[in-house]
Design a protein around this ligand. Sequence first.
Ligand code: NAD
Length: 475
Amino acid sequence: MLNEALRIAGEKIGAGREPAINVHNPYTGTLVGRVPKATLEEVKLAYETARACKPTLSRFERAAILQRAAALVRERVEAIAALITSESGLCLKDTRYEAGRVADVLMFGANECLRDDAQTFACDITPHGRKRRVHTLREPLLGVITAITPFNHPMNQVAHKVVPAVATNNRVVLKPSEKVPLSALAFADLLYEAGLPPAMLQVITGDPREIADEMITNPAVELVTFTGGVAIGKHIAARSGYRRLVLELGGNDPIIVMEDADLDEASSLAVQGSYKNSGQRCTAVKRMLVHEAVRQRFTDLVVDKTRAWRHGDPAHPDTEMGTVIDEAAARQFEARVDEALAQGARLLAGHRREGAFFAPTVIDRVDPAMTVVREETFGPVSPIIGFSNIDEAIRISNGTAYGLSSAVCTNRLDYINRFVAELQVGTVNVREVPGYRLELTPFGGLKDSGLGCKEGVQEAMKLYTHLKTYSLPWT
Ligand code: NAD
């Protein structure tokens, strides 16, 4: 199965072409593949090709391509999961789940492009009205879409950028993370196999220091959609000028556990939210805020469930957590936990590093000012912070630069109403992990987590289109 997955990616990766980027398995260190390092001239050519392409696929044709691709993903879940695991170190349980999500994105894209959200307005509804009607229609962008994706969901992040573009007859030039380019290339291959004209989606692999600026400033680009860290997101915002911009940036999501919560449920949500995908989700639980009245019992449960979380070889079918993306990332988590411990936090589980592997780690007596919780710690670390009442919980939760999502464990409607109204985030999930959503539903953050534009297939399709109005002289 793995060989099949590598073959899918391998055929496109320009074997023997130099210069190239080597992709290594973060767990074994072995070479998984090589992808071309695109030159500036090649990037410019990609935009010329995209600009010259004027897609004319009908809604039916676009839906058929996306449905076929969804079926191919479902048929090849095992091979896709093996490919993602081999280049990211994520465990097979996580990457099978990711492949299922990719199929969902494709299915929702197929469904949505069959829907027409055109509106019509009668104009004789005011004293100075006329016997006319205003109608709306959606058109693809005039220019090209640049999509830039991060490493943590190597195929699903790509699907979320590309599928809404296919569904709206747009052209995309995509640059996946240089850490995990093979999954993006495999996804593009699936779409070509399903019938997508190649000029509608071109994948560029390369060194961002050499090619990213061109991808943001090329005159053919009308929209830049970026998912990744805050620093690069803000750099793109400053550099991109008069263009549409979609930024999905970092997160620092809390799970807030009130005194009435079901602690078994809350602790399960907390550890799942913290360790799934090796803690590398923008919506991972990064802070556990717990009411003092239940703090000790909740902490004991979190520690027990952390110790039981099976971590190790990502390719073993029983493993629940593999490595993080690379050794540098694992060293950063180690250093942040060391710093917190030196400042008075207490270690309760984990904090062992070997190469790119960092064990699920619980610390308590954490102060909100410590780097481990003030900054986004993009790995399997569970810092526990106590609070005395809902005002304090809301204040701590809102006290970071981020505002992506949140989880709230309580059954009290008065609490729920306050959290929904007062948490400065894009999503409040009651008795669910912060990351819960459908691939269809609106998703995105505030503050440093994003500009407020939403992704999710339906909202992204709106962002990727112009709403034109025309009026006719009849009622
Ligand atoms: P990153 O910001 O380091 O890289 C993201 C992408 O930007 C990569 O493709 C990289 O090659 C590219 N890039 C690098 N330099 C660039 C430049 N100068 N101009 C343009 N592009 C450039 O992020 P990462 O480490 O790959 O991913 C982790 C981050 O992504 C975390 O902060 C995480 O929270 C965030 N993220 C956010 C969401 C969301 O939806 N809000 C989802 C997933 C991940």
